[in-house]
Design a protein around this ligand. Sequence first.
Ligand code: NAP
Ligand code: GCO
Length: 267
Amino acid sequence: MDILNSFSLEGKVAWVTGASYGIGFAIACAYAEAGATIVFNDINQELVDKGLASYKEKNIDARGYVCDVTDEEAVNALVKQIEKEVGRINILVNNAGIIKRIPMCEMSSEQFRQVIDVDLNAPFIVSKAVIPSMIELGGGKIINICSMMSELGRETVSAYAAAKGGLKMLTRNIASEYGKYNIQCNGIGPGYIATPQTAPLREKQPDGSRHPFDSFIISKTPAERWGSTDDLKGPAVFLASAASDFVNGHVLYVDGGILAYIGKQPG
Ligand code: NAP
Ligand code: GCO
């Protein structure tokens, strides 16, 4: 296979969870450009319809389904429906996620549990639902959307960091347990990306100045900018394609260098 063809996703069915917009949407668009058939879900019909319209604007004939990824029964039913209506799933991206920014001692155990449920339990549920069919197909690709918080902590994101740290280890464990079936499970660890999820961290101040956290991230990023969802497309196609068939259990950080950098010196 020549090197460019090794990045092709022609003939593949890719399911990206929570992909009506944001990072999931960008990854799905990249997969469509690489030749894959796109399937996505979101938590309600309004979001699915919004996503379908967005994909249509890009001439992508995506299939959208309403499904809460924390609901194991709904996920198992959806996998059967996708296999019947579209085909068996070759590529799964566990993208759906939430964050609650609350100081830990002010966070209720229910709030903590909600984040763990979406960001960690759901990737377990969805991966478990698709792996048997991937084994029958002779292999597959699972990509878990991890985070800087798979490696680092910060104030107010205890649940999210615990979930994303766990997701890194779930990634490694799926790789370990199912690599013999030619299933590669890897993670993408986006840095700080401009999406609705991080909008509160970038809001302009009343005086028009930058949000303090915005300035902080610029000082912690060698690239001196926030990432865009476009920055994730190439790495996501690589991990979904034959080009990465011997890459397994790896978390590819797409962070502009944050994890390598102590931070800009003052002055
Ligand atoms: P986003 O804008 O909040 O989008 C997340 C998507 O997941 C939304 O469509 C959301 O629907 C959906 N979702 C949430 N809970 C769900 C559930 N139970 N079932 C089905 N869908 C659900 O987030 P994003 O910034 O694109 O991030 C996508 C992923 O990347 C997340 O896992 C996030 O943790 C991770 N990440 C983001 C960044 C960043 O800087 N943005 C960096 C590193 C990692 P609703 O609109 O209903 O919430
Ligand atoms: C936060 C941000 C981050 C990003 C991302 C960084 O509040 O610190 O939301 O958690 O979402 O996970 O990689």
